[in-house]
Design a protein around this ligand. Structure first.
Ligand SMILES: C[S@@+](CC[C@H](N)C(=O)[O-])C[C@H]1O[C@@H](n2cnc3c(N)ncnc32)[C@H](O)[C@@H]1O
Length: 243
């Protein structure tokens, strides 16, 4: 397996988000066994009769990022290029820290990738137990295909995006060249124009194993992160979202 990314961790200052970095990308946890997985190759645009600098690019339409050798203008290579808007982490009311825009962001622009260590189910289960023991209340992992992305201990600023019932970003799964079969990268895309200073939020989806109380404050707030329950929400560690 080629080296997926260079892990950049700065010495953690006092603030918890200090060790999470813009330029961090997903990486396959070296201590885990991925030997049974096949590496996928993406078809070259030219061979299929189109170009990825063209709006007709079929890879783009299928949420497949084009190969390095494909594009003249890097139009469909936002993950490879680690395209990231100017964003920052700040306290966000009573939801802990949140992610904020430091510039205006256009609708459909890539805000950032959701980076962290990529791990198989067994390793994820071990980590969930560890986080529960440590009484973590915030959860960060995403199940994506057969694998998990876990930025709990190392990742980029995307891990601070809070849930909203009326979010301004959407989480998308993208296939990239030379990655394992069954693995997709998660990317946050602007759902509408976003202004400098706005909090960046995403809907966590219904596929959560435990529900948490939602404090997004939107008019359409369901009151829940995850599945709606009859009994009062417990703010315990949930473990995972699925996409
Ligand atoms: C991916 S983390 C988001 C960053 C987190 N706020 C932090 O300070 O690290 C998800 C956790 O943030 C909290 N959270 C996110 N959105 C929330 C919301 N709308 N209402 C209440 N808590 C929220 C929950 O504890 C959730 O498990």
């Amino acid at each position: 397996m080629d080296k997926v990314s260079k892990v950049i961790l700065k010495t953690a200052p006092k603030e918890t988000f200090g060790k999470f970095h813009f330029h961090f990308k997903c990486y396959f946890q070296l201590t885990c066994d991925f030997t049974k997985l096949k590496i996928e190759r993406i078809p070259l645009c030219e061979k299929l009769g189109f170009r990825c600098n063209d709006d007709t690019c079929e890879n783009f339409a299928a949420k497949i990022e084009c190969r390095a050798s494909c594009s003249e203008f890097y139009k469909n290579q936002g993950i490879r290029q680690n395209v990231c808007a100017n964003i920052e982490v700040k306290p966000s009311g009573d939801t802990g820290y949140g992610l904020f825009a430091k510039e205006n962001i256009n609708e459909v622009d890539q805000v950032c990738i959701y980076a962290g260590s990529i791990i198989p189910k067994k390793e994820h289960e071990k980590r969930v137990l560890k986080y529960k023991k440590k009484n973590f209340t915030h959860f960060y992992a995403y199940k994506v295909g057969d694998l998990f992305v876990d930025p709990t201990e190392s990742g980029n600023l995307a891990r601070f995006a809070n849930h909203s019932c009326s979010p301004n970003m959407v989480a998308e799964r993208w296939q990239i060249d030379r990655r394992f079969e069954g693995y997709r990268t998660i990317v946050f895309i602007a759902k509408r124009p976003i202004c400098e200073g706005d909090e960046l939020t995403v809907h966590y989806g219904e596929k959560l194993n435990v529900s948490q109380e939602c404090r997004c404050g939107e008019d359409n707030c369901s009151g829940w992160i995850g599945q709606k329950k009859k009994e009062p929400a417990t703010n315990t560690y949930c473990g995972t979202r699925s996409i």
